[in-house]
Design a binder for this molecule. Structure first.
Ligand code: MBD
Ligand code: FE
Length: 284
């Protein structure tokens, strides 16, 4: 099932939607981790925490603040947000370190599977009044040996001009700015959408509280999310950013890589900007 549509623009509402979305994924149930490995991983994690407590002489007041905050993260449903912002980038790095093809990056908390299927040239579902600079995003999906991948699938999802994701913010059509584009027989796709705005993670919940308490900022640069796949090939989960955009150099989620930065150009005699980006997939 798809995520619940939130009625309120609060951290707890988008957190509840993200938690439900995560629970509906197969991967959430798939964990079958070897006992020895659980022992090693958790022991090392706890030992690192013990060491930090000793070195910084953690007080009971701080211990209680931590306990209260951890309880709040759960109540807000913000574990998906917390984990994807501050840990996932290293999980992704390790998972894909041997990949030959295009770079990937984190999925984040706002992916919804089974978005509407669209032909190789298509406009993402959007509102008639959708604000934002029109963007033509086009390219080709190939295998590592250069073979065009006929019928490749390009799943694209992104925030709107106000930084909101459909199904995780109120008052947006269910599939707004989400689609599954089926590339043509040469692996080509041409997708019409709008440029997303930078994204500020919710400031009114527990993650926002941590950010304020630590004096950090809450921003991710404007980004497109993608999952690109083709038969016999490894799926790539990635994001693309915009050259010169705000927070490209200080993403709170540490998910920017130099290979993932687009440099769109104005459409000649037209409206908006366009950019070409090709994807190279490893064999499965
Ligand atoms: C996002 O849009 C996102 O992509 C990540 C990784 C975390 C929070 C919000
Ligand atoms: Fe995002």
């Amino acid at each position: 099932m798809t995520g619940i549509i939130t009625e309120q623009a609060t951290a707890a509402a988008s957190g509840a939607a993200a938690t439900e979305q995560f629970r509906s994924k197969q991967r959430a149930e798939a964990a079958d981790v070897d006992t020895k490995r659980v022992d090693n991983l958790v022991t090392e994690l706890l030992t690192a925490a013990h060491d930090i407590i000793r070195r910084h002489k953690l007080t009971y007041a701080e211990y209680d603040a931590l306990k209260a905050w951890l309880i709040q993260v759960g109540e807000d449903g913000e574990w998906p947000l917390f984990l994807d912002v501050w840990l996932e980038h290293v999980v992704e790095e390790v998972a894909n370190e041997n990949r030959q093809g295009s770079k990937g990056t984190i999925e984040g908390p706002y992916y919804v599977p089974d978005s509407p299927r669209l032909p190789s040239e298509a406009t993402l579902p959007m509102q008639e009044s959708e604000a934002g600079t029109p963007l033509l995003f086009q390219g080709q999906v190939r295998s590592v040996d250069g073979t065009p991948l006929s019928g490749a699938k390009v799943e694209l999802w992104h925030a709107d001009n106000d930084g909101y994701y459909s199904q995780f913010a109120p008052d947006l059509p269910e599939w707004n700015l989400r689609g599954t584009i089926i590339a043509d027989d040469q692996g080509n796709f041409r997708i019409h959408t709008i440029e997303p705005a930078p994204y500020q993670i919710p400031t009114d919940g527990s993650c926002g509280k941590l950010i304020a308490a630590a004096g950090w900022h809450a921003w991710r640069p404007a980004h497109l999310h993608l999952k690109v796949s083709a038969p016999g090939h490894q799926l790539i989960t990635t994001q693309l950013y915009f050259k010169g955009g705000e927070h490209v150099t200080d993403d709170i989620a540490s998910a920017v890589k130099p290979e993932l930065i687009l440099d769109p150009t104005p459409v000649a005699g037209g409206n908006g900007r366009e950019v070409t980006y090709d994807f190279v997939l490893d064999r499965a």
